[in-house]
Design a protein. Structure first.
Length: 622
């Protein structure tokens, strides 16, 4: 019955975490005027434990107020054994509070910009928000704008809208008033016909306001005066200096100064005053001649005095005094307006091309004769320049002797010669004839000689007639390359200067350059072959060519003789023939299309005791 005892301890531990379920997420608005929310009701989580022994209440880490956006609230529960459980709840604070915006107060009315009927302004609004810095957008008539913005004359309403990051908006509007402008308009008419417009004249407004505008193809211009009431309008144009200006204009000035015929028209006298001296003199003719030749000094004068003259249309111009003097330019080349309070239309001018004495100006299609209907008459015998052709030899001195025929009542002539500077190197010009007064300095322009251009111009008041074939001048070159013919590298080029001549009555004459052939005689001088020319016998290019009615075939004979002129088609069939005795010098025959039964490419041939020459021509039937 004896006993003994011992004790054993059984410990039961709770190692199982409790459970917890957070309340639903919460979304609330910010408090008024600030970017946070306070007093937010989070709700109560649900928790349990397997033992339920001394389990505490759930707690969270949240602190108020809650900032805009998302805040994570963590709930935690702990049982009596120290086991814990946690869950998360999201608190979303949204910004539904509109920003505030304040529009500017414009200082109406505004003065327009200088030279414009509008005002460029920067008039920003201001905006604020409890949470962020809102952006501000501006619209006019529903269209977005940005500052600085150019406001037109009149009233303009601007709407400003502020937007915060939560897309809450607020807007306001303000009105901008810009004073209206005065519109001053007019047309510049070419004085040549009083109807065509002068294009690209720059019309400048000065006085109380400033503006400028270039006249359009019809001569119309429009100026805007943004302030003031007193203004001055003045047009200028200084492009295409020699549009419509030729040697004939220099001759017309020389004739005027010689007293036959005297220029009495005010506008032609204005064109003749090339150097803007208020008088007509030989200097004006000299400036035209030297300017066409490319003399930099003459061009500098023309660039200073302007390519055009302008006269207000309502100017009561006086009868010329002299008629060699003109009134002061400031009496007629501007329009002065005083006390203007409304739009002013009809401020018109006449335009006169400087130097274009014959035609009183031209509206500006580019370089050329002022009146496009004034073209050389193909029925009038042309002025012909003759040069001996030859094959060039490297290193030799080449002398081009220019002779002229048909020099009948010639008062002026001009032409531009093009040569290949890689083949010929220019040396000088020398006068070889005595028939007309010429000098190398005054009648030739070698200012662009490096580009292969030589200009020739001559004019006098009274036409001169020279018999037969007359030597005139010699152009000397050094041949840089050999093996080619002179006629292949030398020509008259209308792109340099129109090849044209004028009579005393200023009727136009065609100008042609022909190269005559050489034959080798086999004669030697200082061990070099000497080329002796054939007798002067030349068949000229028909004019006009192509032709549809009639054409003139000209030729030059060294002496009176019997000659035969024939026309062939391309198959060699003879279409026309003339056998006659002709005098020495220039002769011509007229061929009518109805006399031949052919069109297209044709050949014509001249046979003389000195030889035979053939050329091509084109016949077309309309």
């Amino acid at each position: 019955g004896n006993t003994s005892a011992c004790e054993q301890t059984v410990t039961v531990e709770d190692n199982e975490d409790p459970t917890i379920t957070c309340p639903d997420d919460v979304t609330v608005d910010t408090d008024a005027g600030i970017c946070t929310a306070s007093g937010v009701s989070l709700g109560t989580p649900i928790s349990s434990d397997n033992c339920s022994v001394a389990m505490g209440s759930p707690t969270n880490n949240a602190t108020e107020p809650y900032d805009q956006g998302n805040t994570i609230v963590t709930w935690t529960v702990t049982d009596g054994s120290g086991n814990t459980a946690a869950c998360e709840q999201t608190v979303t604070v949204t910004d539904n509070d509109d920003p505030t915006i304040t529009c500017p107060t414009p200082a109406n009315p505004y003065t327009p910009n200088s030279g414009a009927c509008s005002a460029t302004l920067s008039l920003p609004a201001t905006a604020s928000d409890g949470c962020d810095v809102p952006t501000i957008d501006y619209t006019v008539g529903g269209n977005p704008i940005s500052f600085p913005y150019t406001f037109p004359a009149g009233m303009t309403t601007v709407t400003a809208m502020a937007t915060d990051l939560s897309n809450n908006t607020a807007q306001c509007s303000f009105t901008v008033e810009v004073n209206s402008c005065l519109n001053i308009t007019g047309t510049i008419f070419w004085k040549g016909d009083g109807a065509l417009g002068v294009k690209d004249a720059t019309v400048v407004l000065t006085g109380d306001a400033s503006d400028s505008d270039d006249s359009d193809i019809n001569g119309y211009y429009e100026l805007q005066a943004n302030i003031g009431n007193d203004f001055v309008i003045r047009p200028t144009k200084n492009i295409n200096m020699f549009n419509g200006v030729t040697a004939a204009d220099a001759t017309a000035i020389q004739q005027h100064l010689a007293g036959s015929p005297v220029i009495t028209d005010f506008f032609r006298l204005l064109a003749a005053d090339v150097n803007r001296s208020n008088s007509i003199s030989t200097v004006d003719a000299a400036i035209i001649r030297q300017g066409i030749l490319g003399n930099p000094s003459a061009l500098a004068i023309l660039n200073t005095t302007g390519a055009w003259r302008f006269v207000r249309k309502n100017y009561a111009y006086p009868d010329p005094a002299g008629p060699y003097t003109l009134p002061a330019y400031n009496l007629f080349d501007t329009i002065k307006l005083a006390g203007v309070t409304m739009d002013v239309p009809g401020q018109d001018f006449y335009g006169v091309k400087t130097g274009d004495v014959l035609e009183e100006g031209f509206p500006d299609p580019g370089p050329g004769i002022a009146d496009p209907s004034l073209k050389p008459d193909p029925s009038v015998r042309p002025l012909i320049w003759r040069v001996r052709d030859r094959v060039l030899k490297t290193g030799e001195t080449v002398e081009l002797d220019f002779s002229v025929t048909n020099f009948t009542d010639i008062a002026a002539f001009q032409h531009g010669m093009r040569f290949d500077p890689s083949v010929l190197q220019y040396q000088n010009v020398a006068i070889t004839g005595t028939g007309i007064p010429m000098d190398a300095a005054g009648n030739f322009g070698a200012y662009q000689i490096a580009a292969g251009e030589l200009r020739t111009l001559w004019s006098v008041a009274q036409g001169v007639t020279l018999p037969g074939i007359q030597p005139m001048y010699r152009v000397r070159f050094t041949a840089l390359q050999g093996g080619m013919k002179l006629s292949d590298v030398v020509s008259f080029d209308p792109a340099i200067m129109s090849a044209i001549a004028y009579t005393t009555e200023l009727a136009q004459r065609q100008v042609q350059l022909i190269f005559t052939d050489y034959k080798n005689t086999g004669i030697y001088a200082t061990d070099n072959k000497v080329e002796i020319p054939n007798k002067d016998f030349d068949l000229l290019q028909n004019r006009p060519n192509p032709f549809s009615d009639r054409t003139t075939i000209g030729f030059i004979l060294p002496e009176a003789c019997d000659a035969q002129l024939r026309v062939f088609d391309i198959s060699g069939r003879e279409l026309w023939r003339s056998d006659k005795s002709y005098p020495a010098g220039y002769n011509e025959e007229v061929l009518r299309l109805n006399e031949i039964d052919a069109t297209g490419m044709l050949y014509y041939e001249l046979t003389t005791p000195q030889g035979k020459q053939t050329r091509k021509m084109m016949a077309v039937r309309m």
